[in-house]
Design a protein around this ligand. Structure first.
Ligand code: HEC
Length: 175
């Protein structure tokens, strides 16, 4: 076997080993759970809901659509981390920390949706007009300057929704 050929086989072997290890780690070490939905936001309009689903739901709800690369480490670890942290800060599916001011501040700064997310989800990259609609809708839904929170204004306080939540299933929310 020629030297070049040995090097090529070596590289191929490394790539294969890397992929196998990535898939193993991505599947054994990463939990891609979608816990039950226990809260129903009363959106001011279907447009607001659609925009939030498009731009925020993957990390701030229990209806995450887990992408293919969330099954392969290292990206799997990143995605799982962002979702865990995102849900921890604010969760539309549980009513946790729904604060219009904070949401709007982060959208205006360009901090949310996380810029890294936009590279793989161009549909979440809102136009200036869509951002304005979203900000207006968030104010109307969660109330301006009121803090909000687990029992914030404009939000239905009913703790349970009637539908059976889809747990651990591919969500139909990809739109
Ligand atoms: C790719 C995942 C992801 C997406 C998509 C995303 N977020 Fe976040 N969000 C996070 C993470 C991670 C944090 C916590 C770390 C941080 O603040 O950067 C966070 C934090 C927040 C916080 C809390 C900030 C604070 O000061 O406590 C708010 C509010 C927020 N996001 C709003 C939004 C809104 C509104 C959208 C949609 C327009 C959105 N996020 C989309 C991942 C995401």
């Amino acid at each position: 076997m020629s030297r070049t050929r040995k090097i090529i086989y070596g590289i191929v072997a490394l790539v294969v080993i890397g992929l196998v290890a990535g898939v193993l780690i991505g599947n054994l070490a990463v939990v891609r759970a979608n816990p039950p939905i226990t809260y129903e936001v009363q959106w001011n309009s279907p447009e607001t809901e659609a925009l939030v689903r498009r731009a925020c739901f993957d990390c701030h709800s229990n209806e995450t659509v887990w992408p293919w690369y969330s099954y392969i480490a290292p990206p799997a670890l990143l995605v799982a981390h962002d979702v865990e942290e995102g849900r921890g800060r604010m969760n539309f599916s549980t009513g946790h920390e729904l604060d219009a001011d904070k949401m709007i501040e982060n959208i205006e700064k360009g901090a949310m949706p996380l810029p890294i997310y936009l590279t793989m989800h161009p549909e979440a990259n809102l136009t200036a007009e869509e951002k304005a609609t979203l900000i207006d809708g968030l104010t109307q839904t969660f109330g301006a300057g009121q803090g909000g929170g687990d029992d914030g204004p404009g939000v239905n306080a009913t703790p349970e929704v009637n539908e059976t939540p889809e747990v651990n299933e591919e969500s139909e929310e990809s739109e």
